[in-house]
Design a protein around this ligand. Sequence first.
Ligand SMILES: [Zn+2]
Ligand SMILES: [Zn+2]
Length: 257
Amino acid sequence: MSPKLPISLITCRIRNVVGGIIDIIFPSRCIICGVFLNDSPSPPFCTTCLSGIHHISSPQCTRCGIPFPDSHGENHLCGECISTEQPFSIARALGKYEGTLLTAIHRFKYGRKISAGTALGRMMAQRTCRSHDFEEFSLIIPVPLHIKRLRERGFNQSVILAREIARAYNIPLNLSSLERKVDTKQQTKLKKTERGQNVRGAFTVTKPGPIEGKKILLIDDVFTTGSTVRECARMLIRNGAKEVAALTVARAIHHNQ
Ligand SMILES: [Zn+2]
Ligand SMILES: [Zn+2]
């Protein structure tokens, strides 16, 4: 007679066996190229696609994180961050908006591949940039979507990313203080100057209480010109946040600064 096992242990073993069978019948595939993931260190990406993530290295702007074309020298402020005071203290990204990250973000946002989003969120939490000391933040806020866009897409991509970081560091996630009141035009269709005007006044802080005096980590999928992150940070600071730092999956690189 077999010894009695606690019910939780039995269900855990059943789950392992079922999971193993599912893996044999439907082995996981890389979400970018579709090859079978046998022993990838970072599923759902295969080793080849993982190497297609282009991380941003120094020298880069100490504030907005843009890399400088000349690969020599030290980090310093870029022209834009010297001439314009940024409402965020620092902005960093997991990597450049190209290659694997570009494809992964598209699969996630437009192909509704949520597993791509959770994987990207976990990667942001793990490695990103040594300049973000996650433990220092007392609140995480994802860039909100307008209710109309949220209904169309069915999820807010920034919330899925932010949840993974909040979970990894046990930092509270705030989804109610910052709201997107204006359904702005899609930023991707606009020029840089238009992007700033487009999001101006689009966000409001409806519940300032939870953000007062807080050091906030703002999460978004892509930093293109920084208009969205800048506007959110501006509103959070105006309503009492102590500091706002931004972290995105990807950073578009445009060397016109
Ligand atoms: Zn692949
Ligand atoms: Zn800069």
